[in-house]
Design a protein. Structure first.
Length: 677
């Protein structure tokens, strides 16, 4: 334990010198070490831009839904899209680089989803640029630049279009569209994905403040197949601030049948909207999102961290789509961009409570891939629908063959059903239940009725699975898998009753005969041969929440105290401790809940923006799954919110001693407010 406390102490020292914890909305970094820099993502649920420690650079650009077969595992992977926001700036003929600037600072304004970098270039100029992934325009981004001259200077500014290495058959275009009131310079690129399956396209343009006819002359330069640019020059007087912007759009044939023309059209649309309107509508959209918020009185650093978690969950998802977030969201290519139970069980409940319209997209993702899940069940000799452990665009199994989770981690099917049932519970939307929910619930229930092995009266075993605790492979009667299957069967039966449909009588019979095993002392046993070894993540404890299979407080406490001592200090995902925090708060132990709440994420933070990695000491941010689990500990733990078949209710919970109050706004379809003091 001494090493762990030392780590906390060192992290505290580091962050205290680089961050301003008192601001609940703005994360600032003023001492940036490029060798120890983990970028932060600006995203709108469709396009993600990851920051860089180099001036005018962007690490990568990721588009939701863009996959192709390349790299490891012979499975579909996320693709980096064109880097359409890279730039350079020359002042008096000298290129700005990290080595010739000072006072380099970056900050994320989470309230406005705006990432700003500032620096000084000697005694010549101060520079500021801010970029946005525009919330109102899913495929469009904006970079806003201002240069303040300390003395008269000449600047040359370029917008660079770069193709990632994995793309092929790159083609570059430059076009100027003249109208009586505007000239639009379009820098455009298109390429094929590695197998040729997708066409990826991007286009951008300058937005100038000068009236038409007085804008700087734009020059196009072709460097090589993978990079071209457009640039302009300008003389700036001493004391003058010159402002310009770059708007760009990125889209693929996975999103549009004509992506090349659409990329240019969307960029032209942004050009004619203009900088001020683009930023204003973006800001308005985020203000609407933040009507659903979590406010903590008495813990400023935790308040900032919670806003960061919510910011990332909102950034990585979007209403009106059929996309579901990967564990790392739009922060890069982690986990190949695949969709796991991370979406259905960990991120989805927080979104469902705060923004049901966004959560609907995640369930729609599963509904549109129901046919592939039915084919998967058929291939394995089962009935109904068997959802893949890793899913991408088509809904077929995308787990690399060397990982046993693909053929054996079957609880994912019940996780999908739980999400579908909870969507109905929160919205009470019977039409949705009939059209979308019922097909999901009935097909998944059919799977479990065929998946169990009938071993005599009253014994319907589920054998040979990978547990929710993934260190337990090929085990029998795993607690979470069995309990989730029971819940799935019960939800389908309940849905049938609501809709006036005859439920399959086998569902209830099977549900009543799937065992939940126990040790002689009454502790719930994780699986048939479990003997108390260390576990990777919560499994048994998920029976208390979210499954509600175990409701007796004494049993919940007994299981909690047994399994919270079997989690090692490293190598476990952040949401595990989030579940411990949730349950201890519901049991009335606010201080123990607070210990696990802090332990869920503080050791996982990376500089300079406190981004969460998957594990303690990990370096793979941003781990949106963990954020989802921790936000659930606030909503359903400290906040006492509970999803029931009658909607969201509030049950008794306990706050930490140092929190004066917890206020949750914008809850559910009616946007209610709940307070705990």
């Amino acid at each position: 334990m001494r090493k762990v406390y030392l780590l906390f102490f060192c992290l505290g020292l580091f962050f205290s010198t680089t961050l301003y914890a008192q601001d609940e909305w703005i994360v600032k970094a003023d001492k940036i070490d490029p060798a120890n820099y983990y970028g932060i993502t600006v995203a709108n649920g469709m396009i993600g831009i990851v920051s860089s420690s180099e001036p005018f650079k962007v690490k990568n650009v990721v588009l939701a839904g863009a996959y192709d077969l390349y790299g490891r595992g012979r499975v579909s992977n996320f693709l980096n899209s064109f880097n359409l926001l890279s730039m350079y700036l020359e002042i008096n003929g000298r290129r700005i680089e990290a080595k010739n600037i000072s006072n380099f600072k970056q900050e994320l304004d989470m309230q406005r989803a705006a990432f700003t970098t500032t620096f000084d270039y000697g005694d010549d100029a101060s520079v500021k640029y801010t970029y946005y992934s525009l919330r109102q325009l899913p495929f469009t981004v904006l970079m806003d630049i201002s240069i303040t001259a300390k003395k008269a200077i000449n600047v040359t500014a370029a917008s660079i279009m770069e193709a990632p290495d994995a793309l092929k058959d790159v083609q570059n275009y430059y076009n100027e569209i003249d109208r009586p009131h505007v000239t639009i310079s379009l820098l455009t690129s298109t390429a094929k994905s590695p197998t040729g399956k997708l066409q990826l396209c991007a286009s951008n343009t300058f937005l100038f403040n000068e009236p038409h006819g007085h804008e700087p002359r734009v020059i196009h330069e072709m460097w090589d197949n993978n990079m071209h640019l457009m640039k302009f020059s300008k003389t700036i007087s001493a004391g003058e601030t010159y402002q310009y912007a770059v708007a760009g759009s990125s889209i693929t044939s996975a999103h549009d049948a004509d992506p090349l023309n659409q990329a240019e059209r969307l960029t032209m649309f942004a050009k004619l909207e203009g900088r001020d309107r683009l930023i204003q509508y973006h800001t308005n959209a985020w203000a609407d999102l933040w009507k659903s918020d979590i406010k903590i009185d008495g813990d400023p650093q935790v308040q900032q961290d919670v806003h960061s978690m919510l910011y990332h969950l909102y950034s990585f998802s979007r209403a009106g789509t059929a996309y579901s977030p990967s564990p790392m969201g739009l922060s890069g290519l982690g986990y190949n961009g695949h969709v796991f139970w991370d979406a259905d069980l960990w991120m989805y409940p927080a979104l469902l409570v705060l923004h049901p319209e966004i959560a609907k997209s995640l369930v729609e993702y599963r509904f549109q891939r129901l046919a592939a899940a039915k084919q998967n069940a058929f291939a394995h000799g089962y009935k109904g629908a068997m959802f893949p452990w890793e899913s991408a665009d088509s809904g077929v199994e995308e787990t690399p063959v060397w990982a046993l989770s693909g053929p054996f981690e079957h609880h994912i099917t019940a996780d999908v059903a739980l999400a579908a049932w909870n969507y109905y519970c929160v919205t009470q939307d019977k039409q949705w239940l009939r059209e979308k929910g019922w097909p999901l619930l009935s097909a998944t229930a059919d799977f479990w009725a065929s998946r169990v092995e009938r071993n005599g009266p009253g014994q319907y075993d589920i054998k040979d699975v990978v547990a929710a605790d993934e260190w337990a492979e090929n085990v029998d009667n795993n607690a979470f898998t069995n309990a989730a299957a029971i819940a799935n069967l019960q939800f389908a039966t309940a849905a049938a009753k609501i809709l006036g449909i005859q439920a399959d009588p086998a569902w209830q019979l099977v549900a009543q005969n799937i065992p939940i095993l126990k040790f002689p002392d009454g502790v719930t046993r994780e699986f048939a041969t479990y003997k108390g070894e260390g576990i990777k993540q919560a499994d048994v404890n998920l029976l208390a929440y979210p499954l509600k299979t175990i409701t007796d407080a004494a049993q919940v406490k007994k299981d909690l105290e047994y399994y919270d001592s079997r989690i090692p200090n490293e190598g476990t995902p952040a949401m595990t401790q989030g579940i411990f925090a949730l349950l201890y708060s519901r049991l009335g132990n606010g201080d123990k809940a607070y210990h696990w709440f802090k332990d869920a994420y503080e050791p996982n933070l990376n500089p300079p923006f406190r981004v969460i990695a998957e594990t303690k000491g990990g370096t793979n941010p941003y781990f949106a799954t963990g954020a989802g689990g921790i936000i659930q500990s606030l909503l359903m733990g400290f906040g006492g919110l509970d999803i029931t078949d009658k909607g969201i209710v509030q049950i008794k919970s306990k706050l930490p001693a140092n929190w004066h109050s917890l206020t949750i706004t914008g809850v559910g379809p009616d946007r209610k407010t709940y307070v705990v003091k």
